[in-house]
Design a protein around this ligand. Structure first.
Ligand code: SAH
Ligand code: SF4
Length: 345
């Protein structure tokens, strides 16, 4: 019986199918390498397979990639796709073109267990981790949709990447493999809510993968309210891990701050942030809060945001305000949910 796509099985199952079809078992590895290392999506292009074996596989797997379940295009060129996984779960991935870059924003989990109060992904909790192949699948689907390879990859979609380290690190290895896409590690950014064991693990890995930390507040009480995992990895511990990462890699860390009215957008918050940053090589990214249905929080007012930036700049800290990409299609940060009931554009 033909399969929906190569992604309806894992490697062991695929090996069995290959031998059941009467093909030598090493064909399975060859096909897997074409798809997951070289990002080739057609059996016809797998030149080290015999024509006969290619035809047999083509019959068994009429499609390598599954269909896009939903596609939305925003006015700013952002494209969001929803992919249905083999078990029916939905995962979202986003492509953000700019003048001379193309950034893919990837998910690492279905849902997220952290439950930040301002984030749509966290609302339903965690369903499951994604496999390495499911992370790479997002890249392949976006390449097919945009017709281009990405210049940058950010793990800022659904999920906490450092609670799925094995798959995320394996995906980074595949994306940077010189026989495949060959992306430079410094073109890849992992964003974390502050899982310090992940930061420590990243610091020990070879390469120059960038670290972004969703900080939001440098006051433990406020941060725990916003990002509940702060209870487990409080700010003192978090800062120590970040300092060790900067020391080990020589790289600058990015702090993401979603400014919320009356919660973390006051002058005192900015001054405390300056103190926290002292001695760290860092850059602050102010992220405009994207509202979503059912959440009762307000973005900081323009005046507060301006004052916040002014205090940071005056202290010599590099600060940018992140453009909200694709917010009209709920593709912007914190708006990904994996639900299927958004309007298609
Ligand atoms: N779990 C990781 C990565 C995914 S979230 C993390 O938290 O870092 C990616 C970014 O989106 C984080 O910086 C997060 O703080 C931000 N974000 C979440 N919800 C948001 C919202 N409603 N508006 C704006 N940014 C949001
Ligand atoms: Fe999870 Fe990140 Fe959303 Fe927090 S902001 S709930 S860690 S995805």
């Amino acid at each position: 019986m033909a399969h929906n796509s190569l992604f309806s099985c894992n490697f062991d199952e695929f090996k069995k199918i290959v031998t059941d079809l009467g093909l030598p078992q090493f064909r399975a590895r060859q096909v897997w390498d074409w798809v997951f290392k070289k990002f080739v999506f057609s059996f016809d292009d797998m030149t080290n397979l015999s024509k006969k074996d290619r035809e047999t596989l083509q019959q068994e797997f009429p499609k390598i990639l599954p269909p896009v379940r939903k596609l939305a295009k925003a006015q700013d060129g952002t494209i969001k796709i929803v992919i249905e996984l083999h078990d029916g779960n939905l995962v979202e991935a986003v492509a953000m073109p700019d003048e001379d870059s193309l950034t893919f924003c990837l998910s690492s989990q279905v849902g997220c267990p952290i439950g930040c109060i301002f984030c749509r992904t966290g609302v339903g909790g965690l369903t499951r981790n994604l496999t390495c192949e499911e992370i790479l699948l997002q890249v392949m689907m976006l390449i097919r949709k945009t017709g281009q390879k990405p210049t940058n990859i950010v793990f800022m979609g659904m999920g906490e990447p450092f609670l799925n380290r094995q798959a995320v690190f394996a995906a980074i290895d595949a994306l940077t493999d010189p026989t495949g896409l060959g992306l430079a590690t410094r073109r890849i950014t992992v964003s974390t809510s502050g899982v310090t064991i992940g930061i420590d693990a990243l610091a020990k890995r070879p390469g120059e993968v960038n670290l972004a930390v969703s900080l939001h507040s440098v006051d433990n009480l406020t941060r725990t309210r916003l990002v509940p995992i702060n209870r487990k990895y409080p700010l003192e511990k978090l800062r120590a891990s970040i300092a060790a990462y900067c020391e080990a890699t020589g790289r600058r860390v990015t702090f993401e701050m979603v400014l919320l009215k009356g919660i973390n957008d006051q002058e005192v918050d900015a001054f405390n942030l300056v103190n926290f940053c002292e001695g760290l090589v860092c850059h602050i990214n102010i992220v405009r809060f994207n509202r979503f249905p059912g959440v009762n929080l307000e973005p900081a007012g323009e005046e507060n945001e301006r004052e916040f930036r002014r205090i940071l700049k005056k202290a010599g800290i590099a600060v940018t305000v992140r453009k909200s990409r694709g917010s009209d299609i709920l593709a912007a940060c914190g708006q990904l949910s994996g639900s299927d009931n958004e309007q298609e554009k």
